[in-house]
Design a protein around this ligand. Structure first.
Ligand code: GLA
Length: 395
């Protein structure tokens, strides 16, 4: 059995963890009065310029540090997590996410390194969906389909941002309004996404949105993790546990067939912790279609409470990552499209499977899949979602 501590609550594998509700009011309280930097019992948040977009928009970088020295750097462009430094077994800090040293790299080309993804994370088939009788057309940016919100998703906009600090930690609150018709999506979507760094080495991501017309919303975080450290090669030895008895098999364009298939007896069974690389080259049609793992797992969970979704252990450094989420799905992407064409931080060349993503989400193509949980947000409703990335070490 695996013990986990979240905000002082002890729990065990597969248990549901309740964190204190982080309501809009709390966020509002936390970030009043606005300031450019602040501290909390050894933790701190600072803000500094990080460059300018080609359109002339200023981009700022926030550095969150907790009492143990864990550090998260994130910028207003795309809400991108630029670096995430966590201790290993010996207490040495290492950056466990892929990316670039400066804004220029992210502006040039990026497979969504570290970004907030939306309005609809993952794929929408044939770049269209029908809602309340009206068909909406989106940009096709992944073959015939729409990926990660279209050609200019939320990963490519400059968000407004304010730092905050309070009882739960230090953080940054990003806000952005996506206008009615943005990338073909109906409704003006007003969003707030917060990153909170706690003294328990957790990064809490909270999403909040409202709309003035019914629209699909599926926001996620697209960090590429390598728990051995950025630039340390592939992640195939890192041991993955996913709390999912089913997944959503895909067609050749990675659109779900609509079936929720059992993982039992397949290379998709991570209900027992297994090295990412153990079965990745197996003779399996789904692995061939994904060029590895690039699939949505149907999390085993009760209701919409925060639940344990995944755990990754890196045997060498001892670093561990536990993911908790209120979302029903988890896209496990094993960095299959990294092909050595990107040179990232400190000259590191990113080759296939040099990082993995665990994108908490609703299922892909939900707007066209009546059998999947709905992603439609309507006027008067509030979109609220939370994901916790909790770091630790195994003995
Ligand atoms: C997601 C998709 C992958 C790939 C990456 C970005 O994880 O599922 O197929 O497009 O984003 O490269």
């Amino acid at each position: 059995m695996v013990e986990i501590e979240v905000n002082g609550l002890m729990t065990y594998d597969r248990a549901v963890v309740k964190l204190p509700a982080q309501a809009a009011g709390e966020i509002a309280r936390l970030y009043a009065p606005p300031a450019t930097s602040g501290t909390l019992q050894g933790a701190r948040v600072t803000r500094a310029p990080f460059g300018t977009t080609p359109a002339g928009e200023a981009v700022d970088l926030f550095t969150l540090t907790n009492a143990h020295g864990m550090e998260v750097r994130t910028m207003t462009y795309g809400g991108i997590i630029v670096s995430l430094k966590v201790p290993d077994r010996a207490g040495l800090l290492g950056d466990v996410v892929l990316g670039y040293d400066s804004l220029a790299g992210y502006l040039r080309t990026t497979p969504y390194f570290g970004a907030i993804v939306g309005r609809y994370g993952n794929r929408i088939a044939h770049a269209q969906f029908t809602l309340d009788g009206a068909t909406h057309h989106l940009p096709a940016n992944d073959g015939a389909n729409t990926l990660h919100g279209g050609t200019v998703g939320f990963d490519k906009v400059v968000w407004d941002a304010e730092p905050f600090w309070g009882d739960s930690g230090v953080g940054v609150a990003f806000t952005h309004t996506s206008p009615d018709g943005d990338q073909g999506f109906p409704g003006k979507l007003e969003m707030r996404v917060t990153y909170t760094l706690t003294d328990q080495n957790q990064l809490i991501v909270d999403y909040y949105a409202t709309t003035d017309k019914a629209t699909p919303v599926n926001l996620t975080q697209h960090s590429y993790f390598n728990l051995a450290g950025d630039g340390s090669g592939d992640v195939l030895q890192q041991v993955m546990w996913i709390n999912a008895g089913r997944y959503t098999p895909v067609d050749s364009a990675l659109i779900p067939t609509g079936v929720l298939a059992p993982v039992a007896g397949t290379p998709f069974d991570f209900t027992t912790p297994t090295a990412i690389g153990a079965r990745i080259a197996a003779d399996d049609e789904q692995l061939r279609r994904g060029h590895g793992y690039d699939h949505n797992f149907v999390l085993d969970r009760a209701g919409a409470e925060l639940a344990h979704a995944a755990r990754v252990v890196e045997p060498g450094s001892g670093r561990t990552l536990d993911v908790f989420t209120t979302q029903p799905g988890l896209q496990f992407y094993s960095g299959n499209f990294l092909d050595g064409s990107i040179t990232g931080k400190a000259g590191h060349v990113y080759r296939q499977r040099n990082g993995f993503c665990l994108e908490t989400q609703h299922f892909p193509d939900s707007p066209n899949q009546p059998g999947f949980p709905s992603t439609i947000l309507r006027p008067g409703e509030e979109y609220r979602s939370r994901t916790v990335f909790a770091f630790g070490v195994s003995p």
